[in-house]
Design a protein around this ligand. Structure first.
Ligand SMILES: Cc1ncc(COP(=O)(O)O)c(C=O)c1O
Length: 536
């Protein structure tokens, strides 16, 4: 109490002179850069020592399909196969000779790392790049081949980033941020400068993938300074949508996790400057999913014969969604195909999901009564369509559950097909939008069965062409019960089918005669230990 009493009851208010004095001493926050400031920075950006002026080409197939002009800004054709070298080089080309002498540092396992390494080799400076220890060797080798010094640290990008900050301080290096830096943003903005020069007719909107927001910030600043009527549409993945959430909540929102399919845009927290710019200048956002991006990779391939990475196809997936949602006709859209760094192995997944993403493939679980003729009756129903998948394992004496994939022409067709199967007496589940079914269950149909008595296992091979599977099925006379069936269209020249057939011991000879009448090469696998381990 005594101590409290000895204190003044309240702090005396500063006089107005003191207030003025304080205000003068307070460090001034830097003035926010306006589109006109960025315009100047972009016009003065140095990127062409390393970057090319990429082509802006009409995507003819997409244009015809969508009824709107779709132009592709081909940043996937840059050296190092992404736009990232523009921002990195511009930042580094503006450093002082002393800073260049000490060198630069960044944390990245992706396109930014390649951009920094290439820029450093052009400028003759040292580039240290920290990456998580989990980085695939191919990426480490890629950056080393460009002359970058790779330091592996930690299990995640955040660990690698913190280590980069430590090294930067310790060695006096300059940090090259992947997106939250005005010079990096200005470098990326040169893409918009080229687009507006290359296409002088009307443009309704430019679609831009967003990770941390550097690319869209550069593009939006240039476009809003020069042709503000052009809409800037930001595109994010549904599992890494930090910018969309941040704009919605009016503050930067940090995501606990991000999906990694589109690794180029997998960012948990957008930049401060990029958030400010996006909030002011981006007109709208479209959120896309993995299947739609896979379908878009295929669209780009069909138009250009090039394969872009997931981030590079997001803008195309978004245009398709936007056209459908707003029923656009006769508009002109630009998509920035911003990168092409994808592992070849990923193509298997992309090709598989592209069909579902476009709804060119529908998948179902169909229940067929386990009785003579019902299987054939079901086959007749699907006869007109290409079968992409057919999996069945006997498991019940009353009914069979078949996993079927069919080619479809339009969105929404899977629901109509499911209704038709049900009407014809086959209870059906439409699995076209079911992740569990598409990712896992399709590969797991089967297993051991108590009911597979006297089963023999064969692999058959037949030339893959429309209708060939149905022809094969109808040539399998139902004298013996089929207890297992596995077929998946692999896009190969020959179709491969695994069939289990129940052949009582006394029927062996007749069965051999049946096999001989079939015009298909086959291999018996009944004694294969794999069959014994997993299916018997
Ligand atoms: C191919 C690709 N597209 C898009 C992006 C997202 O760019 P930003 O982080 O500037 O939004 C990146 C970022 O690395 C990328 O590599």
């Amino acid at each position: 109490m005594a101590r409290a009493a000895s204190r003044p009851s309240s702090t005396p208010k500063p006089t107005s002179a003191q207030r003025d004095n304080q205000r003068d001493k307070k460090p001034k926050a830097p003035r926010a850069l306006k589109p006109a400031d960025y315009l100047q920075k972009i016009l003065n950006a140095k990127v062409y020592d390393v970057a090319i002026e990429s082509e802006l080409g009409l995507a003819r197939n997409l244009t015809a399909r969508l009824g709107n002009e779709v132009w592709l800004k081909r940043e996937d054709n840059q050296p190092v196969f992404s736009f990232k070298l523009r921002g990195a080089y511009n930042k580094m080309a503006h450093l002082t000779p002393a800073q260049l002498k000490r060198g630069v540092i960044c944390a990245s396992a992706g396109n930014h790392a390649a951009g920094v390494a290439l820029s450093a080799s052009r400028l003759g400076c040292r580039a240290v790049i920290t990456m998580p220890v989990t980085t695939p060797q191919v990426k480490i080798d890629g950056v080393r081949a460009l002359g970058g010094e790779v330091v592996l640290h930690g299990d995640s990008y955040s660990d690698a980033y913190l280590h980069a900050v430590e090294l930067q301080k310790k060695h006096g290096l300059t940090f090259v941020h992947p997106f939250d830096d005005p010079e990096v943003i200005a470098g990326q903005g040169t893409i918009a400068m080229e687009i507006l020069r290359q296409h002088q007719g009307p443009i309704d909107a430019i679609f831009v993938a967003i990770g941390g927001g550097g690319l869209i910030s550069g593009v939006a600043n240039y476009v809003k300074a020069v042709r503000p009527e052009i809409k800037i549409i930001g595109v994010q993945m549904n599992d890494s949508d930090a910018m969309v959430r941040s704009v919605r909540h009016n503050k930067r929102v940090q995501l606990p996790d991000v999906g990694l399919f589109s690794d180029g845009t997998a960012v948990k927290l957008v930049g401060e400057e990029t958030f400010r710019i996006a909030r002011e200048l981006v007109d709208d956002y479209v959120v896309v999913d993995t299947d739609a991006v896979c379908a878009a990779i295929k669209d780009v391939f069909q138009d250009t014969r090039s394969i872009v990475e997931p981030a590079g196809a997001m803008s195309i997936a978004a245009i398709k969604q936007y056209v459908e949602r707003h029923r656009c006709k006769g508009k002109t859209f630009v998509a920035i195909t911003c990168g092409a760094n994808m592992n070849f192995d990923r193509l298997r997944f992309v090709a598989e999901r592209a069909e579902v993403g476009e709804e060119r493939e529908a998948v179902f679980a169909v229940t067929i009564p386990e009785e003579r003729g019902s299987f054939r009756r079901f086959c007749e129903l699907v006869e007109q369509r290409s079968v992409t998948e057919f999996n069945y394992r006997i498991s019940d004496s009353q009914q069979a559950h078949v996993f079927v994939g069919l080619t479809t022409a339009n969105r929404g067709e899977s629901a109509k097909l499911a209704a038709m199967f049900k009407k014809q007496g086959f209870p059906t589940l439409d699995l076209t939008h079911d992740e569990l079914a598409k990712q896992h269950v399709r590969h797991m149909v089967g297993g051991r069965s108590e009911l597979a008595k006297d089963e023999r296992l064969y692999r058959f091979i037949f030339p893959e062409r429309p209708g060939a599977l149905m022809k094969f099925l109808s040539s399998m006379h139902p004298d013996w019960n089929i207890s297992l069936f596995h077929y998946r269209n692999q896009g190969a020249d020959y179709g491969r089918i695994l069939v289990g057939i129940q052949v009582p011991k006394g029927d062996k000879k007749a069965f051999q005669q049946f096999l001989d009448t079939l015009a298909y090469p086959y291999v018996e696998e009944t004694d294969n230990p794999v069959y014994r381990l997993f299916l018997r």
